[in-house]
Design a protein around this ligand. Structure first.
Ligand code: SF4
Length: 402
């Protein structure tokens, strides 16, 4: 969508009164709030991460792209902030820190006040120019990170493989034009070191490790063993998660999953999409509801948590009733626990995808507006009823920021 006019109010730090100026020191981040409706969060290297400014939230990716988000009249708006406006936001983050430094003795401080001066010094080193240069640093460390499950946006992403081993689902364009490739162990180890250097102290604010890309856990245990060892050596004490699809994951026996659990894997994210087999076939995604149920049982038996992604509205009006019925029937068969997550992701037809072309040919009407919202509400209510211990959450693909 086109971005709304960004007010980029460069903070007006002069308006901030010391009495109302709050600095909060968290174990993995610092937040500065010169006024009730302005909060800026920084990582432990001092780089701004997020802004809350008068009802609009901004998030900076590690590549220094800036995304804005707000809700107007119940409708969500999200946009990529153009570079010039982003630079103003970076300037604003710096201005807030300068204002905090000037008022240091009078600030209200939460957390370890003795550490504030050092944290401010780090923040003040991040000029808009230096922040913009993070884009090149990021590109030297990572290939594009296409998507993560929402609970992993703040993990350390480590790319063990590239692309997706299947890459033929009609709706998915995440890894288009990127053939699946494994990363040799030595190259992965160098990548891990580069990520360590890139994140620096900010790694402390990232509580997990995500083994990317699309289907990394499909690799054999012989390949995953040294990768997990390198990941957990560099980022100790963090649970590891990764994507796998049913048809790839089910080939691995229970003992292999149990071994991965021993090696640090804690959570597996699965694009289930639907419990309706004809719809899955329509999407050209292998597997079935029965296979998904058996695979989830296998993973749970190995002591792993699961994040299951269902798409709301996929298949349009034609599949709506059957998709809803069979997805809930599948959820009913799964014995999900408190560590498990059911994600409901509103389906977005990707322009240029095979799905879009087929929908045009078939004349399949998309589920949109109130009908999409109603399906979401019914699936969410059903998931809460049928999997009461698990967390049910909305997953907007376009809110992904790494
Ligand atoms: S949906 Fe998953 S399995 Fe299908 S192409 Fe995309 S990443 Fe691969």
């Amino acid at each position: 969508m086109s971005p709304p006019a960004d007010p980029a109010s460069p903070v007006a730090p002069a308006d901030a009164t010391a009495a109302g100026f709050l600095a909060a020191l968290h174990p993995g981040s610092t937040t500065l709030s010169p006024a009730r409706d302005l909060v800026v969060g920084y990582d432990l290297e001092g780089r701004p991460l997020h802004w809350f400014d008068g009802g609009t939230t901004y998030k900076r990716s590690l590549a220094s792209e800036l995304f804005g988000r707000r809700t107007v009249g119940g409708a969500r708006e999200r946009w990529r902030v153009p570079a010039a406006a982003a630079a103003q936001r970076f300037e604003q983050a710096l201005a807030v820190a300068r204002a905090a430094e000037e008022r240091l003795p009078e600030l209200r401080v939460r957390g370890d006040a003795a550490a504030l001066e050092a944290r401010l010094a780090r923040i003040l080193a991040w000029t808009p120019q230096r922040l913009a240069e993070e884009r090149q640093r990021f590109a030297a460390v990572y290939r594009p990170v296409s998507i993560l499950p929402p609970d992993q946006y703040h993990s350390v992403v480590l790319q063990a493989s590239f692309g997706c081993s299947w890459n033929r689902c009609t709706f998915c364009t995440f890894y288009q034009g990127r053939p699946f490739a494994l990363r040799p162990v030595e190259e992965f180890e160098r990548h891990v070191e580069a990520v360590q250097r890139f994140l620096g102290a900010a790694a402390a604010g990232r509580a997990g490790v995500f083994l990317a890309d699309g289907n990394a856990l499909v690799l054999s245990n012989a390949r995953l063993r040294p990768l997990l060892a390198a990941a957990t050596r560099a980022f100790p004490g963090r649970p590891v998660a990764g994507f796998v699809d049913v048809f790839g994951g089910e080939r691995k026996p229970a003992r292999d999953w149990a071994e991965l659990r021993e090696l640090g894997l804690a959570r597996v994210a699965i694009g289930v999409e639907t419990g309706h087999d004809p719809l899955l076939a329509h999407l050209n995604k292998p597997g079935s509801a029965a296979e998904a149920a058996a695979f989830v049982r296998l993973l749970k038996g190995a002591g792993l948590a699961v994040s299951l992604i269902f798409m709301v509205g996929v298949g349009g009006e034609r599949f709506a009733a059957a998709h809803e019925r069979d997805s809930l029937a599948l959820l009913e068969r799964l014995e999900l626990g408190a560590d498990d997550i059911v994600y409901l992701s509103p389906f977005v037809t990707q322009p240029g995808s095979a799905y879009a072309a087929r929908a045009r040919l078939d004349g399949t009407a998309a589920l949109a507006g109130a009908a999409l919202e109603e399906q979401y509400q019914r699936l969410a209510a059903g998931a809460r009823r049928l999997a009461p211990a698990a967390r049910t959450a909305l997953y907007h693909l376009d809110e992904f920021v790494y």
